[in-house]
Design a protein. Structure first.
Length: 288
């Protein structure tokens, strides 16, 4: 059986796959890891519609000559969806009060909304808030959308540009327990808010960098003795959870320990590792 991806024959051997569904499940995961999404499937020249999926997926691969798959690049889909979203926001802004109250019910079923809900859930919640609840102003939603656009168009630059803010917030994290103890609640709250925003942005950028192939697929090729990015992300996520819980309980001692010895250094380590991985990938590509 021949397998084609975007009209190119895939050099792959099947192991234990017996049905079309098993083959496609493995291909979908591989394509997703490569920053692609399946947009069309043809079996022996016949386009597979949604109503045919159950029947087709159960077919024995021995009865099929060719599976032809077409994909879209997720980064390109994201960029297009963000452009569409800005148009939707502009449309919403020009509606009268009554039309605005009904806008979300129509918008949530659109292709743009469905894609953003699946790929950028944080942005989707801001859209829900603007289009439905109305607490997030239109200009704020536009600003958030344009920021994510920049992350998609040039994630490396966005990551590099954020370094001064990252260094500043890491310094403020060390001062956080003292701010809590001395009653500087407004400054403490602002530190947590900025820290949360910075980490969310870094997570979004890391996702884009991975989708767009900025990372070495085999990190061990870059270093045998350092922790991989996935491990650093997991460890940092655990620290975030503990820090926010300690802050909500007003436990200044635990907050101090976590911010000075865990959150601040781990955030810097994660940032350094991501930058290092980008450089290693660029050097790897340059040597080919």
């Amino acid at each position: 059986m021949e397998i084609k991806i975007n009209d190119k024959t895939l050099d792959v051997s099947l192991d234990n796959e017996c049905t079309v569904g098993e083959v496609l499940a493995n291909l979908e995961q591989w394509l997703t890891d490569s920053g692609h999404r399946i947009s069309e499937i043809n079996i022996d020249g016949q386009s597979v519609s949604a109503s045919m999926i159950e029947e087709i997926f159960g077919r024995d691969i021995k009865t099929i000559t060719c599976i032809d798959i077409h994909t879209n690049v997720i980064a390109e889909l994201t960029a297009a969806s963000l452009i569409n979203l800005l148009e939707d926001i502009n449309e919403y802004a020009n509606l009268n009060f009554e039309e605005k109250t009904n806008y979300f019910d129509k918008w949530k079923d659109s292709a743009t909304a469905q894609f953003i809900r699946a790929e950028i859930p944080d942005l989707y919640m801001f859209c829900v808030n603007t289009f439905s609840i109305g607490e997030v102003a239109v200009h704020t939603l536009i600003s958030i959308t344009e920021e994510i656009q920049r992350e998609v168009h040039d994630p490396k630059k966005e990551l590099t540009d954020i370094e001064p803010i990252l260094n500043e917030i890491c310094e403020r994290l060390v001062d956080l327990p003292l701010d809590i103890q001395t009653g500087k609640d407004a400054r403490a709250a602002q530190t947590i808010q900025v820290f949360t925003a910075v980490t969310e942005k870094i997570f979004r950028i890391i996702k884009q960098l991975d989708i767009q192939g900025y990372f070495l697929k085999n990190e061990s090729a870059a270093s045998q003795n350092e922790k991989p990015i996935t491990q650093l992300l997991t460890e940092f996520g655990c620290v975030l959870k503990d820090l926010l819980e300690a802050y909500e309980k007003n436990d200044s001692v635990l907050v101090g320990d976590l911010t000075e010895y865990e959150a601040s250094p781990k955030l810097k380590d994660l940032y350094k590792k991501v930058i290092e991985n980008i450089h290693n990938q660029e050097e790897s590509q340059g040597n080919k």
